[in-house]
Design a binder for this molecule. Structure first.
Ligand code: GLU
Length: 300
C-alpha cells in the first residue's frame, strides 16, 4: 500500500516554529517514502478560528516549498460526514447523550490525564432528543496500545484515565477526536506524523477507529518545541515563520528534529537534501524539547 500522510494545522494563528517542525517532519516522512502529503485545515472548532490564519498558513507552506497533493480539505465543509459517523456509533450502542454540566463533572472528582475522568453518570439516562446535550463515546474496557515510531510503546486504559469522552458538543460542534478519525480514514492516511502534544489523544482516536471499522495508521510523534518551558503557540507569542528567511527556518527545524543539516542553500535544495537523508531514528524520543542555539535553532 502506498504511503499517505498529512499535515493538519488548526487555523488559530500563522505558521510558527512549532507548527513548522510538524509540517517539515510529516512532509519529509511522506516524500522520503515516495508518498502523498495532504493538507487539512482543522477548523472544526469554529469559535477558535482566527480570520486570515488559514491563508497565512497556506502561503507560508507554499513559500517554503512544502507542496501538498490534492485539494485542501477543510473540516467546516465536512460536518455531514461527522454526523454520519456519530450516527454509526449510536447504532452500535457506543454513544449516548449526556446532560451533565461542567460543574457536575468537576464535582465528581477523579482527575485523569486530560481533566476529570467522566464517571459515566448519563450512560443509562436516555436523555430525550429535545433536550440540549452532548454526546459521549463509550470507551472500551481494555487497554489501548500502540507502538509510536519515535516515542515507543504507549498504553492507555481509557476507562480509568479518560472516561467516556465527548464526540459531539452540547453547542452542536463535533469534537476534534471524532473529526480527525473520520478525516484520516477518508483520506486513506497510512501515517500520522504530528506533535507529541497529541500522544495522549491517540488511544482515544484508535478506540474510535476500531468502533467505526476504520484501519489504524502508523504514528510518529515529534517533540513539541518549547521555549522557557512553554509550548510555542499563539498564546506564547511565537512569531510567524518569515518566508524571507525560510531557508534558515527549515535548517532550524531539521536541527530540532535531530537530522543532518544541509549547508545554506535555497529552500528547494534544503528540502531535497533533507528528504534524501531523512532518518526518523535520529528524532529525539522525548515529548518536549527546548528550542536553543545549542540544537542549532535560532527560532523563534
Ligand atoms: N490540528 C491539530 C493541531 O494543530 C493537529 C491534529 C493532528 O495532526 O491530528 O495541533
Amino acid at each position: 500500500m502506498g504511503y499517505i500522510g498529512r499535515f493538519a494545522p488548526s487555523p488559530t494563528g500563522p505558521l510558527h516554529f512549532g507548527s513548522l517542525v510538524a509540517a517539515v517532519a510529516s512532509w519529509l516522512d511522506a516524500r522520503a517514502a515516495g508518498g502523498q502529503w495532504h493538507l487539512r485545515i482543522e477548523d472544526v472548532d469554529a469559535p477558535r478560528t482566527v480570520p486570515g490564519a488559514e491563508d497565512a498558513i497556506l502561503r507560508a507552506l507554499e513559500a517554503l516549498g512544502l507542496a501538498w497533493d490534492g485539494p485542501v480539505v477543510r473540516q467546516r465543509e465536512r460536518t455531514a460526514r461527522y454526523a454520519e459517523a456519530l450516527e454509526g456509533l449510536r447504532r452500535r450502542g457506543l454513544a449516548y447523550r449526556c446532560r451533565c454540566s461542567r460543574r457536575e463533572i468537576a464535582d465528581s472528582g477523579v482527575r485523569g490525564i486530560d481533566g476529570i475522568v467522566y464517571p459515566g453518570t448519563c450512560r443509562e439516562a436516555a436523555v430525550p432528543p429535545g433536550e440540549p446535550a452532548a454526546t459521549r463515546f463509550t470507551v472500551p474496557a481494555d487497554t489501548v496500545e500502540f507502538a509510536d515510531r519515535v516515542q515507543g510503546m504507549v498504553a492507555q486504559r481509557l476507562a480509568e484515565e479518560i472516561g467516556d469522552f465527548v464526540v459531539h458538543r452540547r453547542d452542536g460542534l463535533f469534537a476534534y477526536q471524532l473529526a480527525v478519525v473520520v478525516d484520516d480514514a477518508e483520506l486513506g492516511v497510512t501515517d500520522v506524523v504530528r506533535g507529541a502534544d497529541l500522544l495522549d489523544s491517540t488511544p482515544r482516536q484508535i478506540a474510535l477507529q476500531r468502533a467505526l471499522g476504520f484501519p489504524t495508521p502508523r504514528y510518529l510523534h515529534v517533540p513539541v518545541a518549547t521555549r522557557a518551558g512553554e509550548k510555542l503557540s499563539k498564546q506564547t507569542q511565537a512569531p510567524a515563520v518569515d518566508p524571507a528567511t525560510g531557508a534558515a527556518a527549515l535548517r532550524a527545524a531539521l536541527a530540532f528534529l535531530g537530522q543532518a543539516v544541509p549547508p545554506p542553500a535555497s529552500t528547494a535544495e534544503i528540502l531535497a537534501a533533507a528528504a534524501a537523508g531523512w532518518d526518523p531514528s535520529r528524532i529525539p524520543p522525548v515529548r518536549v524539547r527546548e528550542v536553543t542555539e545549542g540544537n542549532g535553532s535560532p527560532y523563534p
